[in-house]
Design a protein around this ligand. Sequence first.
Ligand SMILES: [Zn+2]
Length: 605
Amino acid sequence: MNLLPFGKLPAHKPRTFVPHTIDLGAWPQIAPLFDQLEARAAECQSAADLERWLLDWSELSAALDEESSRRYIAMTCHTDNADAEKAYLHFVENVEPKLKPRQVALETIYVAHPQRAKLLMIRRGEFHEPQTENNNGTRIARPSEARYAVFDRDVKNHVELFRLENVTLETEDAKLCQQYQKLTGSLTVNFRGDEKTLVQMGCYLEEPDRALRQEAWELVAKRRLQEVDNFDEIFDRLIELRQQTARNAGFKNYRDYAFRRLGRFDYTPKDCTRFHDAVAREVMPAVRELHAARRRQLGLDKLHPGHLRPWDLAVDPQNRPPLKPFGPVGEMVSRAQKIFDRLDGELAGSFRQMQDLRLLDLDNRKGKAPGGYQQTLAEARVPFIFMNAVGQQRDVETILHEAGHAFHALAARDEDLHAYRNNPPIEFCEVASMSMELLGNEFIEEFYSAADANRARRVHLEGVIGVFPWIATVDEFQHWIYTHPGHSRAERAAAWLELMDRFGGDVDWSGYEAARANLWHRQLHIFTHPFYYIEYGIAQLGALQVWANSKRDRAKTLNDYKKSLALGGSRPLPELFQAAGCKFQFDAAAIRPLIQLAQDELKKL
Ligand SMILES: [Zn+2]
């Protein structure tokens, strides 16, 4: 029984190194390929040899990557199938742990390789050792022209940061993160006689009945507060582990280590501070305006006290029933297709190709994992989109977003280096997806009447503006945490509250002070993906620029967009942004016109 939604997908380029008959779930068959690569490295006598070696290694990485993706997709599409679960866990438990040290070993060999300097002289578009030389007998390619510069930088960074003693600490870290997720996932409340998860409780915040919203919100807040000590306990231990990891690698604090670990070569903690300040100055006035408008629309200005409360933020301010963009999921696909048809012929073709190859599993049904994702099959070099659509406006946003990621994967298809093809920097991956939300929204009438289309655009744009303060809060909080070693829980809460004052807008929390002080417990990234959040802010600014450009010249903007996506991860961030027609800049001067644009557009709706 085939548990995958799609059929047989041939490799985009036929294998030349990995045997066709190999079982990629069996470590004894995989290990000899790593042995071969290790032995062959010593025989590389030229840059061309080393390049061939890199591409063979890349072929192996892609084959393993696709194997892992296929097992993950099968499992998430059939959570009730024991074989699918077993196959996935087998890979995670028996292949991946053995894989990591072998990958690091190859990276170490690469960094010390005598031909590495020559490899770096290969310019883009060349596939052999350069012919022309300068008078020293070598040719210098400018770093911006060197085909392997970004790869080299990333591998060198990885090797430099690697510490054997950190491997155990990272395992400990992962276990604590899993504890956090288990704790969060286990929380339920009893709401009017029914046991509900906190995620399920989220939909009551969209109910027009204010008393019901308050009841639902209070119940969740109270339930979380019962676990305050458990959350803090997990987090204290995580901080300790992380500071130790950083010290082992020679850093004075975890923030500086995390920046290197995340490969942030193109911006610094100072740039992040500039971003926080810019959000406070340029975005908060817009947020306060939106809060004031919401307060008026909800009729709260006629009440005493008439403040916006935490349970008033998700409901439609005019108390209308939820938007209904489509019925069966096939309708969502055909309407999204029409949006892409109107947007761009090539992208439309990509989306059609995904349907033909059955690379979409979008409907919500029993036995499917929650949430949504886009996963690239690294050898076939095609994307797969997973969703749980139930007919809400949120689903429309998600399909446009994930389609943007999928277009990215298809655009970079002809890049032979797996590292470039599959791992563009996240700050730019999200430009690909968030731009598609904004560009696609221009044609959202495919889903709605004219009035509802504007309502959908309004919800989306308010969300775009509203997310910046939360990003700034989450990011600045983490800067504080990891640069204040030995802080107490009370000091931490005080630091958080200061940020809530700065970025929380005009929401009245009186009577719920404890819930406010511990609100960060619900932000998964703070626990499981430290410092991994500002990426969304940087990317949203890129996406807003793409959108602004498209209003001036749609054809050119889409061309730039596609060209920049085709670069995959082969260029540093500022160059990727530049290729997409945007600036890689996130200070007040960059944010101001973009928030202005969003506000002007909101006024038109
Ligand atoms: Zn995304």
